[in-house]
Ligand binder design. Structure first.
Ligand code: HEM
Length: 397
């Protein structure tokens, strides 16, 4: 057993509740220690994570590929196809081509135009929260606010039919459950079924938009597919599914994690922008992303061989005392270096401007309505890679 194994144990409930002391101990082992359980080296310092994500000698290759040894071999085709052709899982030149197709829609200027609509959606949802508050004395801000808001926004952007919005969250949750390090056979079966249903739905939606285009991103992508050789059918489906999933999972968890951190720190006052950045830094909603070594290289001072895998621990990087003063404190009042919650390098989150806009609007509108909130109860998801709260109950103080 490599030394990092004893420290980073995702099966341990205490680790999942508060992984930061263990992540600090992994960071103290030096750059890129081995972790046999993960079958990978781990990067836990800010500099090591940054170097791993930016190195062109390391790439995303689809390592999740199922079935895993000892599991039934059939029925994974759709699940694998959704990943193999997705922007997040491919390298240049395919990555460059696919990223260009979606980058414009998610650029800052384009996204800023959505602000009034996001504000309107936020206020509507807060009206619902106010009703619950009047009846129950508190409300679950994740269930009633943080979760529906990004789902509504990304669904509108892509043109997902309103009547079927309720399908998105369960499909997405079933698929992303596979990104945890120890999925159960039941989780695998759910993920397969969700991938089949999701891909089938998107293919059908694309057929409809091909006949009757509307003003949305699915129609735009269909037009690109139909115009020539820049987007295949498999890539179209994988891109739409990725955008719908990535477009809300981390935003929901980023809001919940950040709000609990903020309230637990005594709600220090700050402008909404620094507050949101500190929310994203302090308790990263995505904790781990993997890379595979493509050619012999040295990264973070360590010589690496092709085929080796490296896991970048984003939450650990964000708490590195070499980069952040008092890293475990939630402090939106001091200027800090940029966090790594959106990654770095060519796969840097294409949705970051949208995520920031959503979080700024969500936090701003919530605090306008109830400037002083207190935490009543909160329930953590039993996960590590996608870190979040399933429920966060609050009430005005
Ligand atoms: C707080 C919210 C969010 C966080 C923390 C987050 C974080 C990340 C991170 C860390 C990556 C890089 C993964 C890697 O390097 O392997 C990434 C990539 C990506 N994100 Fe986000 N994300 C968020 C919201 C969004 C939103 C709203 C969208 C848009 C619809 C989105 C779409 C994507 C896509 C498509 C990629 C792949 C980009 C590429 O491979 O070039 N994300 N995100």
């Amino acid at each position: 057993m490599a030394e990092a194994d004893g420290l980073l144990d995702v099966g341990d409930a205490a680790f999942r509740t508060d992984p930061y002391p263990a992540l600090a101990a992994v960071r103290d082992l030096g750059p890129l220690p081995r972790h046999d359980g993960l079958g990978a080296r781990v990067a836990a310092s800010y500099d090591a994570v940054h170097d791993v994500l930016r190195s062109r000698d390391l790439g995303r290759t689809y390592t999740l590929r199922v079935p895993r040894p000892g599991r039934p071999a059939d029925q994974w085709d759709t699940f694998n196809a959704l990943h193999e052709h997705a922007l997040l899982e491919v390298e240049p030149p395919t990555h460059t081509r696919l990223r260009r197709l979606v980058a414009r829609a998610f650029g800052r200027g384009h996204v800023e135009r959505l602000r009034p609509r996001v504000e309107e959606l936020a206020e509507d949802l807060l009206d619902g929260c106010a009703t619950t508050l009047a009846a129950e004395g508190s409300f679950d801000v994740v269930e009633a606010y943080a979760e529906p808001l990004p789902v509504l926004v990304v669904a509108e952007l892509l043109g997902w039919p309103e009547a079927d919005r309720h399908l998105l969250r369960p499909w997405s949750q079933a698929i992303v459950a596979m990104y945890e390090l120890d999925p159960t056979p039941e989780a695998e079966a759910d993920a397969r079924a969700a991938a089949d249903a999701f891909a089938g739905y998107v293919a059908e939606l694309a057929r409809e938009r091909s006949v009757r285009p509307t003003d949305d991103l699915v129609s735009d992508l269909v037009a690109v597919r139909d115009a020539g050789d820049r987007l295949s059918e498999a890539e179209l489906v994988a891109t739409v599914v990725l955008l719908l999933n990535a477009g809300h999972e981390a935003s929901v968890n980023g809001f919940g994690n950040g709000l609990v951190s903020w309230l637990s720190a005594g709600s220090p006052e700050a402008g909404v922008e620094p507050l949101v950045e500190e929310m994203l830094r302090h308790d990263a909603p995505l904790q781990l992303f993997e890379r595979t070594v493509l050619r012999p290289c040295t990264v973070a001072g360590v010589a690496l061989e092709p085929g080796e895998r490296v896991a970048a621990l984003l939450g650990a990087a964000n708490r590195d005392p070499a980069r952040f003063d008092r890293p475990d404190a939630f402090d939106p009042t001091t200027a800090r270096d940029p966090h790594l919650s959106f990654g770095a390098g060519i796969h840097f989150c294409v949705g970051a401007p949208l995520a920031r806009l959503e979080l700024q609007v969500a936090v701003g509108a919530l605090l306008r309505r109830w400037p002083r909130l207190e935490l009543v109860a909160a329930e953590r998801r039993p996960t590590f890679v996608l870190r979040g709260w399933s429920a966060v109950r609050v009430r005005p103080r």
